[in-house]
Design a protein around this ligand. Sequence first.
Ligand code: SF4
Ligand code: SF4
Length: 195
Amino acid sequence: MVVLSKSFNEDIPKMVIETGKDILGKEHIDSFQRCYQCGTCTGTCPSGRITPFKTRKLMKKILCGMDVFHEEDMWMCTTCYECYEKCPRNVKITDVIKAARNVACKMGAISEPHRKTALYVFLTGHAVPVNDETKKVRKNIGLTEIPPTTHKYPEVLEDLRGIMADLDLCNKVGICPTTKVLKEIKPVKWEEMSE
Ligand code: SF4
Ligand code: SF4
């Protein structure tokens, strides 16, 4: 991949580190700087087998200060941690991707499917609500039809929504707490992020 100097923005890798370091520590997130582009991550990535997503390429783009925050590819990672286990340079790949996604969220660039998943959590307390098929499977293996979650205790849903609001999640994801539907998100420019 040829990196043109005009596309290099040194603030991009810095922003990924800044955003991820509060949760996992600076050394954990800036591990992407150890990447020597061997491609093991791409070779082990189950998502990359069926989508255009290339883990190695994403690491390189972050390293080279390229805008990955508006690319759909980044959202195709399923966070399975296969690459994380296999990287010979101990790059904390999955967590780097999560940090980069957090930056994208701050910029109003979260992917549409992830927005819908967040809305499911807001509405039901589950990213994947239990449907009739799942209830049948649960019953067949000796479990209660519904799990002891918000499905069983819907009264705690309001608490969950309060937590989402406190974390500013509704705002970032674009959930209107009143109408309980997704609204448009105002994109934040890079210059505004770096201020
Ligand atoms: S496996 Fe590790 S060192 Fe190899 S390309 Fe992926 S992140 Fe870089
Ligand atoms: S964590 Fe993401 S990038 Fe890594 S192997 Fe799994 S899907 Fe691929």
